[in-house]
Design a protein around this ligand. Structure first.
Ligand SMILES: [Ca+2]
Length: 404
């Protein structure tokens, strides 16, 4: 069940990055292939929809008018050359504008948001933070035709099965709620409305909160906020718990604890304090330590709700940004330690780093240009062996020590 929104566009981009970079000719060839297959795909989608109980009327109005969208194939194959730094990601998303707008929307919708908290357990500031992160509070919900985009991806062999299911679900949604195809707009990968739900999440978790008889995530902010709360509750949101917090590491810290789950009491014993100083709350809550920019950047403890945010979008950067934006919306200050400006690494540089680590006997698996958990722990082992700070982060000293 948790896979629904995890397969949102972040995961898709991630999957794309893992492959070799396609050339313009590769993209042309892929687009030509999908376009040539498209009429046949429509016929098979129609047959499938009919067998799953979709009415002839819906098939005629929605399925038989589907269009191939070349841009979707281009975006699907597009790969960023560089990885994103934490500062670049965070500063772009947790902005003063979003904090102020979130604060304003909190005041405007307080009664309704408090009702949602009572029912689903998710405090208002988190719902606003997700809304702000996903679409700038509804300012940009995406303008791609969702059914055409999904059909194009379903007709492409890369992830045909996943997108065929999403397409079928989207068609059934249009039938259930009477959405015209032209109103079903969203991201190129099919995420829709104020909170960018994929069709499967929409079908399972969308709620009609304003009582007009349909769950409308495009036009009803009440429906969208309630749906986000309902989704988060199903993803395991812990009532009365925070997402995590910024913390401060002691001058001498055992970095081998990174990635381990420990109680707050144990973290306190390892010398970690609140970011402003002062003791961590006394609790046996479990937490994990995150250093998104390495030891020179801010440090965070992520609690159970941090993992819940990552079931919505599996990026640590995303989870930290949602959590911190939520805190700011209810009056918290900026991070005590600002994200440091760091050079952006290209995927080619990371691949070289992986190859070098492999040669030196610190196995990272097949070099793919992505710094995953395998690569990070190998990097940590290498750093430790050279007396460097073993934070698993590829800083300049580490590159130098590797001879890169
Ligand atoms: Ca409604």
């Amino acid at each position: 069940m948790f896979v629904v929104k995890i397969l949102s566009w972040f995961a898709l981009v991630w999957a794309v990055q893992a492959c070799a970079a396609p050339t313009a000719a590769d993209i042309d060839a892929a687009a030509a292939r999908v376009e040539a297959d498209f009429p046949q795909c429509i016929a098979s989608f129609s047959a499938k929809a009919r067998s799953e109980g979709v009415s002839d009327d819906t098939i005629k109005t929605h399925l038989q008018n589907l269009q191939f969208v070349r841009r979707v194939i281009e975006l699907d194959r597009q790969q960023p050359e560089f990885t994103q730094t934490f500062a670049g990601y965070f500063n772009q998303r947790v902005t003063d504008w979003r904090v102020n707008k979130g604060h304003e929307l909190l005041a405007e919708n307080r009664v309704f948001l408090n009702k949602l908290m009572e029912k689903y357990g998710v405090p208002p500031q988190y719902l606003l933070a997700f809304w702000g992160m996903e679409t700038n509070f509804g300012g940009y919900k995406g303008k791609m035709p969702v059914l055409d985009s999904l059909a194009t991806l379903a007709c492409d062999h890369r992830r045909s099965e996943f997108f065929t299911t999403e397409l079928m679900t989207a068609i059934k949604l249009s039938q259930r709620y009477g959405f015209p195809a032209s109103e079903m707009q969203g991201s190129w990968a099919g995420a829709m409305g104020h909170t960018q739900f994929m069709p499967s999440a929409y079908a399972s978790y969308a709620v009609d909160a304003d009582g007009d008889g349909k769950a409308d995530l495009w036009n009803s902010t009440e429906d969208a906020l309630a749906s986000a709360a309902n989704f988060l509750q199903h993803l395991g949101w812990q009532r009365n718990e925070r997402w995590g917090r910024e913390v401060k590491l002691p001058a001498k810290f055992d970095y081998s604890l990174l990635g381990q789950q420990k109680s707050l009491t144990e973290w306190q014993q390892s010398g970690i304090t609140l970011a402003e100083g002062g003791q961590l709350p006394q609790a046996d809550m479990q937490a994990r330590l995150y250093l998104p920019a390495g030891h020179q950047g801010p440090a965070f403890l992520g609690y159970a709700n941090f993992d819940v945010i990552k079931r919505w979008n599996r990026s640590d950067f995303y989870a930290i940004s949602v959590g911190h934006l939520a805190d700011r919306i209810v009056g918290a200050g900026k991070l005590v330690k600002a994200p440091p400006q760091q050079p952006r690494l290209s995927h080619i540089q990371i691949k070289a780093l992986q190859q070098k680590l492999n040669e030196l006997g610190f196995d990272t698996g097949k070099p793919d240009g992505i710094l995953g958990s395998n690569s990070r722990s190998s990097l940590q082992a290498f750093q430790k062996s050279r007396g460097l700070i073993a934070d698993g982060f590829p800083d300049q000293n580490t590159f130098k020590a590797l001879g890169l």
